[in-house]
Structures are given as structure tokens and as C-alpha cells.
Design a protein around this ligand. Sequence first.
Ligand SMILES: *Cc1c(COP(=O)(O)O)cnc(C)c1O
Length: 388
Amino acid sequence: MEENYLMNTYGRFNVTFEKGIGTKLYDTEGNEYLDFVSGIAVNCLGHCHPSITKAIEDQSNKLIHISNYYYNTTHTALSKKIIENSNHNSVFFCNSGTEAVEAAIKLARKYGYLNGGKSTILYMENSFHGRSLGALSVTGQEKYQEAFKPLLGGVKKIIFNDLQSLKENFTEDVCGVIIEPIQGEGGIINADINYLKELKSLCEQNNALLIFDEIQCGVGRLGTLFAYEKFGVIPDIITLAKGLGGGFPIGAIVANEKASSAFVPGDHGTTFGGNPLACAVSLAVLNELIDGNIISSIDEKSNYFFEKLEKLKSKFPVIKSIKGMGFLVGVEVDYDAKEVITKCFNKKLLLVNAGPKVIRFLPPLNVSTEDLDKSLEIFSSVMEEICQ
Ligand SMILES: *Cc1c(COP(=O)(O)O)cnc(C)c1O
């Protein structure tokens, strides 16, 4: 490892990467790794996909940044692509997931302000929504919140997938509810479809906005462009980031008319958000995912992968359950997840945990069956080692 001056915010592996192509990463010593972390569900087309590098090259020769006081050809084209494929009517672009969550919270607050002065936001136990003080305030995990209190007021934590907790806390003052359709960092836990349906109808009855945080589970990862399509419940606001730029930083909120009409000029803004370079890359990513039939191929590949994982589960008692959907996959083990991940790392397979007992597989969405098999082979050999 080179001498460096990086702030101590991550426990890093002792490896320095310098290039990548597709599912493969190469360190400074020339070792090849199979990357099933994908920058944490970001590199949805793998590393350095030609559509992405071409979009960066072409757009950087045309226009990189202008102010949001003007229209640019790429933010309009990207907004059109997103809206054509959603049940919503407008998009706000920003630079990250956390910023998308901030925008969603502010939009819900503004909606509440206009509708009787309501301000309470309900959020879920065990959720993850980001690191800024606003997003952290609706992140239902004490380990992230504890050292940074006092946090945002007017927010209330409820129990995930628990109708009684929802009903008890759905007071007249609630202007919005934020939920991940599948909790990512919290351990790959799916929301129940019936819970989401009830949540949606309570939001409608009480004139509150339903926010789906699809930063990790959206942009094709579940086998549909938006995660909500898999659950049959349409939220008022969706937050996106991670896969949206395929590795280039961009985030967004997508909202219906009811929600988005609350914002007027001056309410919210960003200097970089929606800049031409980021939007050109994101448009190239969506074109590839949607029109290149990558999203439509996920169900089949994912079924194959889940079936193989289920086989490993019946072979190795240390595997407790296989969780998730599409290519947001969690393997729950009766073992320290980080130790399993280190053993996989030593065999040149990159994986990431989701909580202390769940190992996450986040391959790029265009992953080949051969690479899926290779990851299973390495993972299986680690399971064997552990079960000895
Ligand atoms: C990663 C993540 C975020 C935060 O996104 P950043 O780009 O890291 O700010 C928010 N919500 C969910 C569900 C995430 O997975």
C-alpha cells in the first residue's frame, strides 16, 4: 500500500486497484479479482463499459457543466427517458444517494407545509438512507446515529413490515413515509407486498407522500427498471443514485404530479446536479440497460443463481437463508460475514456484507453465467473450508 493521507473513515482491504474491465478488477501487482461488489451496486454494466467511456469522451468534448439556470440537451433527454419508463411526471437531478434522500425529505416537508402544516416523516427501523444529517435522521440504525445527535426533529421511527406500528404512528401530522422496498445495508430484507399496499393506502387516506428509496434496489437491479414494479405499489417519490450513472456520480428523485407540484423555483437546488456530463453518461447507461435488453434478461439469470445458492444452502448448514431478488442477493450465514468475505477476498472474489451475518452478491447486471458459476465455485470452496 502506498503512503497516503486518506481520512480514517473506512476499514479497507490491503489492496490497491488500478484498472478494471467488465466483472474483473486488477491490482497494482497484476492480480485479477472477480468483482461482485460493483462499487456497491453502482457499476451496473461492469467496469469501463464501452458505452460509458464513449459517452464520457463524446460529452466531455461538447459540454461538461453549465448552471441549472439554463436547459441543457442531456438533462432534458435523461428526464424524458426516466419519465417514459415510470408512472411519474418529473425528475430532480443531484449527485448522490444522500442528496436524493435530502431532496425527498424536503419535498415531503414542503407538501406537508402546503397541506395543513404537517411535518412528521415516518421511517423504518433497520433502514439506511445516507450519511448527511437529514438522511442520517431517517436511518433507523443506532450505530450510525448515536455519535451525531441531536439529529433532525419531526421524524419518527417505526417497525419495518409491522402494520400495527404503522397504524399506531400514522398521526394526522405525518406528511411522508420513507422506506426501502428491500432493505440493503440492513441485511437484504424484502418489504411484504401487503404491508406496502396498506402503507400506500394509509398515505392516500391521510394525504401523506410515500417515498421509496430505490438507491440500491432500483435501476434494474431487481429485474425491472424501478423496484416498485416488482411490488405492484407505486410510490409518490422515488430516490435513485448508485447504478444510475454506472459509476459516474449522479442521483435523482422521480415524483408524480401530486408531489412534484409542491416545489417552486427557489425551494431546492444544486450546483452540479444534472450537469451535462453526468446526464450523458446516465442516459447511455439507461439506453444500454433498457434497450440493450439487459434488465429483461435478469429474471432468468437471477433464478439460475438463486437455484444454485439454494443448493449450496442444502449442502452447507452454515448457510441459513438466501435473501433478496434479482441481483440484490444476500446469503445469511451462521458465521461472521466479514470473515467469510475476507476468505473470499483471499481467493480473489470481492463480496460485501450487509450487517454482521449477511453476505451480499451484487454482480453487474450484464454478468455472464460463467462469472456467476465462478463466484459460486469460490464461495462454495470457502463454505467448505468453514464447515470442516
Ligand atoms: C447507498 C444508499 C444510500 C446513500 O447513497 P450515497 O450515494 O452513498 O449517498 C441511501 N439509501 C440507500 C438505500 C442506499 O443503499
